[in-house]
Design a binder for this molecule. Structure first.
Ligand code: CMC
Length: 374
């Protein structure tokens, strides 16, 4: 038989169609439902972008008001889910806690296995409303602080900061945060979204698909990179040491987190917008040394390997300057990507085909099982 054509890592494989977002690496373009992300980040709230990702259009005033009301009304999570989360061992990574929380939210939803479109849309909105509450709880728990309940008088981002820090920051900080959420929201068939679609394709439930996606996002080659970037920057310490540090790292054949991308080879379309948000955060907080270190690392990497930074590179230090602990960075990514994941789960189910690729076998040829020992 002819050897099978193996596409390691599914690189270059077109696995299905999607109408949610389009990545055109040649023109450094990323659009959600046709709108460039840079323009969305400059002018729209994350609630509006979430609506766009799920329903295909930006909301009009009445649609936005109705969605905002639904979101604010369902932020609270049950004591049962808080209890499950609180039994996860202290010191675990907050992504473990979040994965457990989503599993618990599914177990307590009577409509968990109802895969009708309306039911899944309602679940997507509920996850969008509830995940910040769980993540803020995780943030305070690791600092040994009591939980702060959601405040329905505040917008989605402002409420999240309130639940984490007990106060709402300056509007400029909220804006940088929303920009990061909008840029992180959706990115076609990335590893975690594809994971969610694989699970959905078996006609399992949305919570199972999201739980699996959280597991996929946790890895440092994917969402975990934003944490790794900040750990690296703290290890480097001073911008003046950055270029030497990077060259030593490359000489040791080690990867530098926050650089490179499977799809973008000539720069990540989201980076300039997030770098501008990082610059704003640095100016607001006096954190310019992280910007200088960013720029040193970026030029040293381009000179050494011609590899560009990806979105996680500016997002890591931006979240640091917003006051989040490093292990919270990937959960922040989840708060945003929940929109893309759930939109893809719904799209998968609209025209489902079980995702089940082939493998090229490389083990021993068929052989008889030896007689069992008497
Ligand atoms: N540092 C050093 N070398 C790199 C890097 C990097 N970050 N990225 C790619 N390369 C080199 C790699 O060593 C290889 O070189 P060679 O051909 O000499 O062996 C070449 O570039 C191709 O790399 P690859 O890993 O085979 O390419 P890929 O398409 O599988 O990689 C990637 C994509 C994201 C896994 C990789 O660039 C990487 O590991 N980056 C670091 C982790 C990271 O920042 N991930 C975030 C991704 S984007 C946002 C997100 O999803 O969160």
């Amino acid at each position: 038989t002819a050897p099978l054509d193996v596409h390691k890592g599914l690189a270059g494989v077109v696995a299905d169609t999607t109408a949610i977002s389009e990545v055109v690496p040649e023109t450094l373009s990323l659009t959600y439902r046709g709108y460039p992300v840079q323009q969305l980040a400059a002018s729209r709230s994350f609630e509006e972008v979430a609506h766009l990702i799920w329903y295909g259009e930006l909301p009009d005033a009445a649609q936005l008001a109705a969605f905002v009301n639904r979101e604010r009304a369902q932020r609270e999570v049950t004591r049962s889910t808080i209890g499950v989360v609180d039994r996860v061992p202290d010191g675990c990574h907050p992504m473990d806690l979040l994965r457990t929380a989503v599993s618990s939210l599914g177990a307590e939803d009577p409509a968990e296995d109802d895969n009708r479109r309306e039911s899944n849309q309602a679940k997507a909105e509920a996850l969008f409303a509830k995940l910040p509450t769980v993540i803020a709880h995780a943030h305070r728990r690791r600092r040994g602080l009591d939980r702060i309940a959601p405040d329905a008088s505040l917008g989605w981002s402002a409420n999240f900061f309130h639940m984490c820090f007990g106060e709402v920051p300056a509007p400029e900080v909220l804006r940088c945060f929303e920009v990061s959420m909008i840029l992180y929201a959706e990115h076609s068939f990335n590893a975690s979204t594809f994971t969610a679609r694989v699970v959905a394709s078996t006609l399992s439930d949305m919570y199972s698909a999201v739980t699996a996606a959280i597991g996929a996002l946790k890895g440092p080659l994917h969402g975990g990179a934003n944490e790794a970037v900040m750990k690296m920057m703290l290890e480097i310490g001073e911008p003046e040491r950055a270029a030497d540090w990077l060259r030593n790292r490359l000489a040791a054949k080690e990867k530098v987190m926050g650089f490179g991308h499977r799809v973008y080879k000539d720069a990540d379309s989201r980076v300039p917008t997030m770098k501008a948000a990082l610059d704003d955060m640095a100016a607001l907080t006096g954190g310019e040394r992280w910007v200088r270190m960013y720029e040193e690392l970026e030029s040293a990497m381009l000179a050494a390997k011609g590899i560009h930074p990806n979105l996680d590179f500016p997002a890591g230090p931006a979240y640091y300057l917003m006051g989040f602990d490093i292990p919270m960075f990937t959960p922040l990514f989840v708060m945003a990507r929940i929109t893309g994941w759930t939109a893809h789960i719904i799209e998968q189910l609209d025209a489902n085909a079980l995702i089940r690729p082939l493998s090229a076998y490389t083990g021993p040829h068929e052989r008889p099982v030896p007689a069992a020992a008497a």
